[in-house]
Write a protein that binds this ligand. Structure first.
Ligand code: NAI
Ligand code: BGC
Length: 266
């Protein structure tokens, strides 16, 4: 299998930390130019840029809130100004604002919807516009690739996280509808749906031995995921090795979606 991404350009939203950062690093190691988008952590974003430059790659850091239309426009313009073209969008930025349903404020609901769902809409729309204009070109077989960061919670209901599961459930059909609409333009759209991966977003679930033991009862494969587990799939979906895939959700979850409670029952 050949992964030929050299010279292509990617924007990864929310990539100063966690899964976004691992995806950005993975794509840079494959020779891609990378735009590191960050919301507030400028220092970490600059650090990611330096890490890519140390590998001999090219990267820039661009501040933008993915839930704000004009900032997303500025992000994509900065990419075209720096690199002249765009080949891959990883719509990764996301957050949780957890609460029991009866305690959930409208602010918590709106925050998650605006970043985890509207943020994907704004970034994907900008990418699709650019891909359509560029068409299929020397860089590969498609006009562009979009990778949405979904979650196992696009199919697993999640009490105490209703806003988050609703947003990720939305990402699932958003991605599929987009894939259907854009296929004729040779734009591929797929999702990665990670299970529990060790990042800041779920620190509570792995930081203590007790929490980790509890988490592992939900993971048949017997270990927590690492950001590189997700980055490897991101590289595959970004490359022509997955050229016949569009509208797919790839679960990277150690079996979390396999109803582990049924191992010994039912
Ligand atoms: P993280 O908290 O390290 O990363 C989230 C990133 O999004 C941060 O860099 C944050 O600054 C950025 N972000 C938040 N709001 C933003 C905004 N308005 N504009 C731009 N950037 C913004 O956590 P992690 O785990 O790396 O999360 C990345 C994505 O992966 C999220 O969409 C999350 O829902 C998804 N995910 C994570 C899983 C996990 O177990 N870690 C599992 C399934 C999905
Ligand atoms: C959440 C994490 C959680 C994982 C598995 C992700 O979407 O952001 O907090 O650990 O799903 O439940």
């Amino acid at each position: 299998m050949e992964i030929n991404l050299r010279g292509q350009t990617a924007i990864v939203t929310g990539s100063s930390t966690g899964l976004g950062r691992a995806c950005a690093m993975g794509l840079a190691r494959e020779g891609m130019n990378v735009v590191i988008n960050y919301h507030s952590s400028e220092e970490e974003a600059n650090d990611a840029v330096r890490e890519i430059e140390d590998l001999g790659g090219k990267a820039i850091a661009v501040q933008a809130d993915v839930s704000r239309e004009e900032e997303v426009g500025r992000l994509f313009k900065a990419c075209l100004d720096a690199f002249g073209h765009l080949d891959v969008l990883v719509a990764n930025a996301g957050l949780q604002a957890d609460a029991a349903f009866t305690e959930m404020t409208l602010e918590q609901w709106n925050k998650v919807m605006s970043v985890d769902l509207t943020g994907q809409f704004l970034a994907c729309r900008e990418a699709a516009r650019i891909f359509k204009k560029q068409g299929v070109h020397a860089h590969g077989r498609s006009a562009g690739k979009i990778i949405c960061m979904s979650s196992v919670h696009d199919v697993i209901p999640w009490a105490g996280h209703v806003n988050y599961a609703t947003a990720k459930g939305g990402v699932k059909l958003f991605m599929k509808s987009l894939a259907q609409e854009l296929a004729a333009d040779k734009i591929r759209v797929n999702s990665i749906a990670p299970g529990a991966i060790r990042t800041d977003i779920n620190r509570d679930a792995w930081e203590t031995d007790k929490a980790l033991d509890e988490l592992l009862t939900l993971i048949p494969y017997g270990r927590i995921g690492e950001p590189e587990d997700v980055a490897n799939i991101c590289i595959f979906l970004a490359s022509d090795a997955s050229d016949y895939m569009t509208g797919a959700t790839v679960y990277v979850d150690g079996g979390m979606t396999l109803y582990p409670g049924f191992r010994h029952g039912g």
